[in-house]
Design a binder for this molecule. Structure first.
Ligand code: ATP
Length: 202
């Protein structure tokens, strides 16, 4: 899935709406220290579902909302939308008829948050499943930050394996297997309880 556009409002240093169009080929972002280059990567990671503020270089999730400057008041909400070109149709079947997929995430200062796919409200789980096995996602290999190559070289075999599994497209099946096993476990416990109740009422 190729990123076509990124719209950012009230996220970290991006106080007013900023739209970035990603053309074919390589896009480079240049600017002086502290101008917000890494904040763009944080915005991409956040909109794709990152839940850990530390992976966004903050202490609490609220830190991603524009916190004010000498001339501007703090914002009450941060919003990021990312638009993917879906012409290769590698997304889940539910979205295969869309030429573009837009994922939006909003966070309000009171802690409320919203997720949308193509402007329709959805769950975080829908976004996670949308990106599963595409190589795109909050922690997927499409984001290679400083130090990640070194980390991969020194990673444990199991950690490296998870990356290969994502590229091979088996991550979503592993996630579904985990959910199915959890349900089977709950059913087994219900069966045991049912057996107890039957023997009590006999
Ligand atoms: P470098 O080249 O040094 O790595 P950079 O261009 O990647 O810098 P970033 O780390 O993206 O810069 O941006 C840092 C700037 O973002 C700082 O000026 C910081 O004050 C600002 N910033 C971060 N979070 C917020 C926030 N919540 N509200 C306002 N500004 C913020």
């Amino acid at each position: 899935m190729k990123i076509k556009r990124l719209d950012i409002i009230g996220f970290k240093s991006f106080v007013d709406k900023v739209s970035l169009d990603f053309q074919h080929g390589i896009t480079g972002v240049v600017g002086p220290n502290g101008c917000g280059k890494s904040n763009i990567v944080d915005a991409i990671r956040w909109v794709m579902g990152e839940q850990n503020a530390r992976h966004l270089r903050g202490r609490a999730m609220e830190d991603i909302i524009f916190g004010g400057s000498e001339s501007r008041k703090p914002h009450g909400m941060a919003q990021v939308s990312i638009v993917f070109d879906n012409s290769a149709k590698i997304c889940p079947p539910a979205y295969k008829d869309y030429a573009e997929i837009m994922v939006t995430r909003r966070l309000y200062r009171n802690g409320d948050s919203e997720y949308l796919i193509n402007k329709t409200a959805c769950r975080l789980l829908d976004i996670t499943e949308l990106f599963m096995d595409t190589g795109v996602g909050a922690r997927a290999y499409s984001i290679i930050e400083q130090g990640k190559v070194g980390m991969l070289i020194s990673a444990k075999p199991e950690e490296r394996r998870s990356l290969i599994e994502e590229a091979a497209g088996v991550t979503k099946f592993k996630a579904r297997k985990k959910t199915a096993l959890r349900k089977m476990d709950a059913t087994k416990q219900n069966m045991v309880r049912l057996g107890d109740i039957i023997s009590e009422v006999r």
